[in-house]
Write a protein that binds this ligand. Sequence first.
Ligand code: PLP
Length: 400
Amino acid sequence: MFEKQIICSNCGRSYPADRMIFRCERCSGSLEVIYDYSKLKRVVTKEKLRAREFLHSRYLEMFPVRKLVTLNEGGTALLRSRNIERELKLRFELYFKYEAVNPTGSFKDRGSSVEVAKALEFRVKRVVCASTGNMGASVAAYSAIANVPCYIFIPGDAATTKMKQILAYGAKLYKIPGDYAKAAELVEEAFNTHKAYLLGDYLYRREGSKSVGYEILDQMGFRADGLQIVTPVGNGTLISGVAKACKEFYIMGLINRKPKISGVQSRGCDPVYKAFKSCGKIVPIRHPDIISKAIECGNPLDGERALRAIQDSYGFSESVTDTEILKAREMMARREGLFTEPSGAVPLAGVIKNRHDIPGGSKVVCVVTGHGLKSPTTAVHGREKRISGDPKVLKRVFRE
Ligand SMILES: *Cc1c(COP(=O)(O)O)cnc(C)c1O
């Protein structure tokens, strides 16, 4: 265990590393785990990492737990574009980090692996989580293997498939009339009044999400020259986890420069983008309603961190329309063989929009966050045709 302390990023107050806490007790600011990097540097070397299996667990010392609760999450493919790069005549290399192949179909499993392990260390009796669907499904699966009762609160317009997935893992599911922000308030209240352990976009989930960043750097041979990582931004936990991962590998001397980190949001719910453009504070968006449900966070828990991750690394911030997202999603499936839910196509939509500003020779990685099968009702182009089973119809079929 290499954690030194927990600090509040807002007021700087520090807490002991073994404290069960989700927000700063003085200012309610968002918290961060700080490690002893000089110690870590001696223990975590490239050679040692490479000797281990390529999975989330490869980076164990970089997490604030002794042991992970694991379903062999992570170790996902980093795929170079087969067609889009050439067809759009991009002057940079385009890659996809395909997170859909995680055990529950999204990158959330990396965070759940750490969070649920932490809950076990604290010997909690139950865990609660507010979710738009994917996080709920992920923590439901990890709580199931850890034998911890799991309570999920979900907004009324969540996708039915995601609810089915949560129920399948045996979690208790509560649908509330409000949006995600409302569900998030309710679970924080459950922590305050019922001592239920909070799973969600708090300090430990960010720690788990870091492995997206570690893996990309690892897969790029620990070379970050010209590297740019592009993620969707909902609560901003993924992007701030990726930024923290890059910072840590840099501090530990595993990479000798930091990549650019860019964040893309959806037009109807883009408070981080608006703050970036106006160089101001994040102003919450009330009652957002967008097709990319997994990033429908009007008041992002890690919004300030997301903003800083982009600003500090000189990445871009972008906001894309539903039409642009669906177009990117279709291109990814038809030209790259990668089927994703709308949120997972948001980075590519952002890259396409910014392609003329990305320096030639860069390596641009889109994090494809979740599986297409998770939102089967989102429109796809094309339609099945009814035919008879008579072999004679084949002639007609192949003439088309
Ligand atoms: C959770 C999620 C996101 C957004 O991640 P944040 O950490 O909330 O910014 C994006 N895409 C998918 C598929 C997700 O499940």
